[in-house]
Design a protein around this ligand. Structure first.
Ligand code: ACO
Ligand code: KIV
Length: 497
């Protein structure tokens, strides 16, 4: 049985500190609900004293989610703690996250204070927060640069004062993984009563080591990780939730796991990216556009022979339908053959070699090779020359028996058929089946919105089987019934050809 790592998501607090990423309450609730579905343990919903808007967001999120703990950030200041407690009033499980800087840089310059005074303020803040909630997390800001001996004294004192979780932030993203691991190990070893609280990591990415540092801290004994979706956060960002979660799934030998439903990682990443207007870089680990895209011939050949040749994660596990074989001038014959097969063209030997020669000329001059380019390359018939063409479609659907009337041009004459089904697409396909007598089975059917919004284009992909031939039909239309019928007819044409 793996040890549980608690996932503390701070997308709505530290992530939202990014300029331009501010969300309104409705948007924050949407993200919080998605985080709940994703299975995070704690949602840090905001810093209530900072503005009436943030106060309101924390209060509304407290009402909107039931499973995760809702957490509110404060300084080691009584007023902050009172306001946070008020904002958390409706939370089923509320946590106050209070703290103060413990590095000499913070103590000297930010607070013009002394180590002893800061220690006393830390203890007082935890004790004060305990008056309002049972679950109090303490953060030792800039712990990454804090002296370990002093840090251990602070951690011990706040645990004694009732802290349930103690956060050891590498606020400036300064630490090296071994250094951060040694810090957590030092605390695990030298703090009396350390097992009465959970140690937490909160690593920033200033040197690109946030995930590595978090994992190092986890291996050394921390059992909560503070992270954000897509790694957004102050400056260079925070630890990316998806990276830690998938690293632990890939490295089961560590014996540590989370309750995250990884199949929701991609959709959560896209939601946060679009609401926060923060594009995800194409090569971002786990959720970037290219994270499962293979574009060079040797890799494509390897993946087509066996996915595991170049993939350590299954794309389905992070919520993608499949990996992507992207055709470029660096692709080889295996990838071209594979894509053409998907389009319904089986090329071998000489014909594949000829098509590949033409493909390379095309790819050297075009960054994006479209399916239409490939079809032209193999001399596929234009749509208007296809054996079967749709000329008319009418569907009735709603609270009645879905019915479709379909008219097609087939071998020079027009034929009309009407059928019912359990929905408009089923009815339309049943009508086509009464016209085309050949036994063609629908193996797979996928409808995808191309971007978002109710006026979006729908892309339909159907896999059809005719005897031993398996073909793929595609179509795009803002009317998804029409797109489905066109995709079916596209597949039928390929199968019969
Ligand atoms: C590492 C982090 O991410 S911490 C979280 C960062 N997030 C934010 O700062 C967003 C929300 N912040 C705010 O809205 C405002 O800064 C407020 C409401 C908290 C404070 O606003 P102001 O009262 O105008 O203070 P201002 O922001 O100018 O300065 C911060 C003050 O808090 C003090 N302070 C900073 N951190 C702490 C702390 N953990 N505990 C106690 N006092 C602190 C500073 O020393 C400074 O005090 P001073 O004015 O006596 O020198
Ligand atoms: C407030 C704390 C947890 C923080 O964000 C940091 O230290 O980076």
């Amino acid at each position: 049985m793996a040890d549980k790592l608690y996932i503390f998501d701070t997308t709505l607090r530290d992530g939202e500190q990014v300029p331009g990423c501010q969300l309104n309450t409705v948007e924050k609730i949407e993200v919080a609900r998605q985080l709940e579905l994703l299975g995070v343990d704690v949602i840090e919903a905001g810093f209530p004293v900072s503005s009436p808007g943030d106060f309101n967001s924390v209060r509304e999120i407290s009402k909107a989610v039931t499973q995760p703990t809702v957490c509110a950030l404060t300084r080691a200041v009584e007023k902050d703690i009172e306001v946070a407690a008020d904002a958390l009033k409706y939370a089923k499980r509320g946590r106050i996250h209070t703290g103060i800087g413990t590095s000499d840089e913070h103590i000297r310059y930010k607070f013009n204070s002394t180590r002893e005074e800061v220690l006393q303020r830390a203890v007082a803040a935890v004790k004060y927060a305990k008056r309002f909630v049972e679950d109090v997390e303490f953060y030792a800001e800039d712990a990454g640069r804090s002296d370990n001996e002093y840090l251990a004294r602070v951690v011990e004192a706040v645990i004694k004062a009732g802290a349930t979780v103690v956060n050891i932030p590498d606020t400036t993203g300064y630490c090296l993984p071994a250094e951060y691991a040694a810090k957590i190990a030092y605390l695990m070893e030298h703090v009396d009563g350390v097992h009465r609280a959970v140690l937490s990591t909160h690593c920033h990415n200033d040197l690109g080591m946030a995930t590595a540092n978090s994992l190092a801290g986890i291996v050394a004994g921390a059992r909560q990780v503070e992270c954000t979706i897509n790694g957004i956060g102050e400056r260079a960002g925070n630890t990316a939730l998806e990276e830690v979660v998938m690293a632990l799934r890939c490295h089961k030998e560590l014996g540590i796991d989370t309750d995250i439903d990884t199949k929701r990682l991609t959709s959560t990443s896209r939601l946060v990216s679009s609401l926060m207007n923060m594009p995800v870089q194409a090569n971002k680990a786990v959720v970037g556009r290219n994270a499962f895209a293979h574009s060079s011939g040797i890799h494509q050949d390897g993946v087509l022979k066996n996915r595991e040749s170049y993939e350590i994660m299954n794309p389905e596990d992070v919520g993608l339908s499949d990996n992507a074989i992207v055709l470029t001038a660096r692709s080889g014959r295996a990838a071209l053959k594979h894509r053409l097969e998907q389009l319904g063209y089986l090329l071998e030997g000489d014909s594949l070699a000829k098509a590949y020669e033409k493909f390379l000329v095309l790819a050297d001059n075009n960054k994006n090779i479209q399916d239409e380019d490939l079809l032209a390359l193999v001399g596929a018939k234009e749509k208007k020359d296809r054996h079967i063409q749709l000329t008319y479609l009418q569907v009735l659907s709603g609270t009645l028996v879905p019915t479709a009337t379909v008219r097609v041009q087939i071998g020079g004459s027009e034929v009309t058929a009407t059928a019912t089904g359990n929905g408009p697409i089923d009815a339309s396909i049943n009508a086509i089946r009464t016209i085309i007598k050949d036994k063609i089975t629908l193996q797979e059917f996928l409808i995808q919105a191309m971007t978002k919004g109710s006026n979006d284009l729908g892309r339909v992909h159907m896999q059809l089987v005719y005897g031993k031939v398996s073909v793929h039909g595609f179509a795009i239309n803002s009317d998804i019934t029409l797109a489905a019928v066109e995709a079916y007819i596209d597949g039928v044409n390929k199968a019969l050809a």
